[in-house]
Design a protein around this ligand. Structure first.
Ligand code: NAD
Length: 270
């Protein structure tokens, strides 16, 4: 194999699954481009994390920006393209879409002001689903994706199940899985794969914002065949395995990384 300068682009790099995947890929020698959206102390923590990655001997460049903003996306892709001109045989091997930014509101309420609005639904769909397609299209056009590039999107139980206040995120997850399938089919001739990773319920800042999430976590813990909840490093382990060139036959799939949680009916208990 040619000596490659391997890179990963992680959307949602500063927390949860994105952060753990960045650590695991950096351990494997990947340099990391990261996008996150943080303010205040979280912004400072993201910078500390970037430095932590660099202390592991890889390059790490972060952009604190809305990944659903067309101009920002184009700027970031241009920046990567420019950086790559000075690199020796660079390969953007991994795109991980791990953005959590959705409206947690019911579709119906006595007071219409309490219902999710059109703007909120569109924002949720844009950040958590549509942006995946636009990043992949722009990266493809910029010739950043290459043979054996791996695309991952994070999905959840919401893609097939209804949960209180989760309707717009559920819709985004179903759309994300559809995008993944279509991308997998259309990019297979280029030997690029795309998979959705369905993580089990995991204690992260975004998940904590979902009303009733603590009782869902407790129920998942009680029923999980391994008697523990999913942690972000479980997903990082799966990603670090799937980036291997020999796993290119796995594509267009929804891969459950949840210790068997999704084959149980625990959600009824909540
Ligand atoms: N936590 C769970 O139980 C769980 C389970 C299955 C799937 N998921 C999915 O995993 C993904 C990541 O969630 P998490 O739990 O790791 O969340 P998290 O809150 O730990 O991390 C979210 C990351 O996304 C970034 N972000 C949010 N909105 C952004 C935007 N508009 N532009 C750029 N960056 C943005 C944040 O800065 C942060 O880095 C989400 O798609 C979520 O739905 C979560």
């Amino acid at each position: 194999m040619a000596n490659r300068n391997l890179y990963a682009l992680i959307l949602g790099v500063s927390s949860g699954f994105g952060k753990e995947c960045a650590i695991e890929l950096a351990k494997m020698g990947y340099s990391i481009y990261g996008v996150h959206l943080d303010i205040g102390s979280n912004k400072a923590k993201a910078e500390e994390f970037r430095q932590q990655l660099e202390s592991m001997g890889v390059k790490a460049k972060f952009f604190n920006a809305n990944a659903a903003d067309d101009n920002k996306r184009k700027e970031i892709i241009n920046q990567i393209t420019e950086d790559f001109k000075t690199e020796d045989n660079p390969t953007l091997r991994v795109l991980l879409h791990s953005l959590a930014f959705g409206a947690i509101k019911p579709f119906f309420a006595k007071d219409p002001d309490d219902m999710v609005s059109k703007k909120q639904v569109e924002m949720t769909m844009d950040v958590m689903a549509n942006s995946l397609l636009y990043w992949v299209q722009d990266m493809f056009n910029a010739k950043l994706l290459a043979e054996n590039s791996r695309i991952f999107g994070m999905t959840s139980i919401g893609s097939t199940r209804a949960m209180q206040n989760y309707g717009s995120i559920s819709a985004a997850k179903a759309a994300l899985e559809a995008y993944i399938r279509q991308i997998a089919v259309e990019l297979a001739p280029y030997k690029i794969t795309a998979n959705a990773i369905h993580a089990g319920l995991t204690d992260t800042p975004a998940a904590k914002k979902i009303p009733g999430f603590d009782s869902m976590l407790k129920s998942a813990l009680k029923h999980n065949p391994f008697r523990r909840n999913t942690v972000p490093s479980d997903v990082a382990m799966a990603v670090s395995m799937l980036v291997d060139e020999k796993f290119y036959w796995i594509t267009g799939d929804v891969i459950h990384v949840d210790g068997g949680e999704s084959i149980l009916n625990f959600i009824e208990d909540v």
